[in-house]
Design a protein around this ligand. Structure first.
Ligand code: ATP
Ligand code: SF4
Ligand code: MG
Length: 339
């Protein structure tokens, strides 16, 4: 499609330690269209952050390395571009916000200094003018006393305020893509909603595409258009928010949805998927979810399932149950067992 902004093709990012090579991102295909909000969900260790850091070329190296694949952003393969070009893209065309804003804010400079620098990097503006624009931006993201905060240092602000500053910075350079890695995880619920709302506004007003990484399906249902589910370095399901949340097809996504608290049934016992995400291993055979899957059958331990397309709408699921009669039999048996 012509309005694709970001396209990952068969991306592999590995960590090479003394003992082993960990395929943290193991063949990801993913697209983000202009103005679209795509959520990446999955448990801790599934490779969400490494995927987003790969796009920004910020994977710590060593030990990390993009070993295969392409990251196409507006027709340019970021895997191949120079660090100089990448510095230009970061902040100008792709902005990133993290769970802990202190990762990106410089403790030695005032909020104003950092915003002014961002604004002037993007547009030739006089310092004074950029300073006034900074105050405007701080007001736009709902920071009270913006004309004082502009001269304060990051440590003088609360976590929620720092995250607002990060969004103001992202707004200042008007990127086409914002990557937000667990931007609201450290915040309390009310502030969380306000920050998500700011991101939605940024998307609506400036048509900024957002790649939102979260382990919180509630956040996905508030914000995203499309969702991809990751498990052990691979994409296991993809679809619109409605499809994935209302009718998950992959057993792992089904487990994630089942573990959501249902407000209608307050006294229910919360479901949790048994076991934990395994550290991915090179050359491993079989479905990565098999040890935890209630539908697993023989083939699941012997072969790697491909990503099956379900219809032509871009819906996908990596599970043998979409394949053959053997899968149908196993699914029926497991459903009977469960009911
Ligand atoms: N610097 C590193 N050195 C070695 N291995 C790493 C490094 N960073 C990540 N990994 C490995 O890569 C895998 C994916 O990690 P990643 O941080 O992407 O997970 P995540 O899905 O973002 O989890 P979380 O929800 O906890 O943030 C993990 O197995 C992790 O151990
Ligand atoms: S391929 Fe097998 S183990 Fe993997 S999710 Fe499907 S049924 Fe479960
Ligand atoms: Mg992470």
């Amino acid at each position: 499609m012509s309005d694709v902004l970001l396209q990952l093709n068969n991306l592999h990012t590995h960590f090479l330690t003394d003992k082993e090579e960990v395929p943290a991102v193991n063949g990801i295909d993913l697209s983000v269209h202009k103005g679209e909000i795509v959520g990446i969900v999955g448990e801790s260790g599934s490779g969400k952050s490494v995927t987003s850091l790969s796009v920004m070329k910020l994977v710590p190296s060593p030990p990390g390395k993009i070993v295969e694949g392409e990251i196409n952003f507006k027709g340019e393969n970021l895997v191949k571009v120079s660090e100089k070009r990448m510095r230009d893209i970061r902040g100008n065309e792709i902005a990133m916000i993290f769970q802990d804003p202190m990762t990106s804010l410089d403790p030695l400079y005032t909020i104003g200094n950092q915003l002014v620098e961002g604004i002037r990097l993007h547009k030739k503006t006089l310092k004074k003018e950029a300073y006034n624009q900074s105050i405007d931006l701080l007001k736009q993201v709902g920071i009270p006393r913006a004309d004082e905060v502009v001269d304060e240092y990051p440590h003088q602000l609360s976590g929620g305020m720092r995250q607002r500053v990060m969004i103001a910075m992202a707004m200042s350079c008007e990127p086409e893509l914002l990557i937000a890695d667990e931007p609201t995880t450290a915040l309390d619920v009310t502030i969380q909603a306000q920050i998500l709302d700011l991101m939605i506004q940024l998307n609506k007003k400036k048509n900024t595409a957002i790649l939102l990484i979260t382990h919180d399906l509630g956040v996905v249902s508030e914000v995203c258009d499309r969702v991809v589910v990751m498990y052990s370095g691979q994409l296991v399901e993809e679809g619109t928010k409605r499809e994935v949340l209302k009718d998950p097809q992959h057993p792992y996504s089904q487990g994630l949805i089942r573990s959501l608290p249902n407000i209608k049934e307050r006294d229910q016992k919360l479901y949790s998927i048994p076991g934990t995400v395994k550290q991915p291993k090179l050359g491993e055979v079989g479905c990565k979810f098999a040890p935890r899957c209630e539908f697993a059958f023989d083939r699941c331990f012997k072969e790697n399932p491909e990503l099956y397309s379900l219809g032509d709408s871009g819906r996908k699921s990596r599970c043998f149950l979409h394949d053959n009669k053997e899968g149908d039999v196993a699914k029926d048996a497991a459903t009977t067992l469960r009911s």
